[in-house]
Design a protein around this ligand. Sequence first.
Ligand code: ADE
Length: 437
Amino acid sequence: MRTTLHIAFIWNVVLLLLISGVGAAHASSIAILGAFDEEVTILEAQLVAPSAHTIEGIQFLTGTLNGQNVVIARTGVGKVNAAMTATLLIEHFRPNRVIFTGVAGGLNPGLQIGDIVIAEKTAQHDLGRMESTEIENTGVRNPINGQRNPVFFPADPDLMQIVDTALEGIELTPFQTAQGQRHPRITKGTVVTGDVFVASDAKKTALHKNLDGDAVEMEGAAVAQICWQHNIPCLVIRSLSDNANAYASEDFQKYYEIAARNSAALVTHIVSQFHSAQSVQPDTTINQEQQNLPLSPQQKGLTPDEQRFQEMLSDVTLVGHFTVIGIEDSGTLREEKYTIKKVTKMSNNYWLFFARVQYGRRDVTVPLQLEVKWAGDTPIITLTDLELPNLGTYTARVLIYRGQYAGTWSNNRVGGHLFGTITKNTDESENPNSQQE
Ligand code: ADE
């Protein structure tokens, strides 16, 4: 019994720590971006329960599309506008996927106006080094972590898989061409992005030859870079409004509306394949700078995932259960409730957790140094044979994801599972007496 209590206590502590981890309680929404009206209005018109949020003059429309929570915005034309809107959106809405929809100029001679290119990869064709007439494309350093970005940002593999399913049975509006009616072909390929409308045979040929580009546009790779730097899955879909050649301006005027509509129709179809539904609202808990709260120098050195982890662990309560396998009533779920005051990153993967443990009559704040490993965007609190004075040696793996935690624990004699939810404390919820008053 005494041992069980000790285990419970340890686990409470660990859980607290674990709890601290999660950063993404507000995620689970799909962001859809397009550069101009025709690329997004058709999607906005389909929103159920639309709600407008204006941030820095940019309108973000939230609601549900085919049963999925989405946030839709126009970026404006060009890489800088696209990056600005993508950043605002990520900062305020924390989407867990970003899709860019719109039109493009065709580069691949095998494609025709009206065809759709789903970007397997995107690159900025005007980013790099130029010594004579040719640009040598290079990636720039990600200012968040100092690592060099790739020239080509790959599409998220899970999103590509969803696309494969979505392509079955999709109906798009046929194009009327000089040769008659033509059904758009959907293909996967390379989309290249630059701050110029390409209406030149020479440039078109060069982009196809040098970067293996299938389509050229002015926003996709900029949004892909922002997503890459924030670890958010991204997909760029483009429908060809022109062939980026000498006739491009003329063709663009003729075909951009129908091309934009077809790209949006494909996005609507893809969105229906997602299986999540969580309300999406601006995230008011995360943006410290907006609330004029100074970021500590240490915070500034954190990656976005680490910052979210830290912010989400500040003043939270985790409520959960744990099991103890190897004792008589091992099937019993034991209730635990913990409050985490804050977590601070130390060196390497280690974090200091300040956890308030309320267990029976115990009420203590315990500073504990724990290792947090990352599986992509998911923090995993990791203890391997960690000796806790007077309590024994413990091993645990607890992952935190979207306001929940779950994991395994063991000591040298027994072990079990643990799981629960993480919620932000309000003044009221933090006061242990408030509920009784
Ligand atoms: N968007 C549509 N057509 C385009 C082109 N030819 N060049 C750049 N962006 C485009």
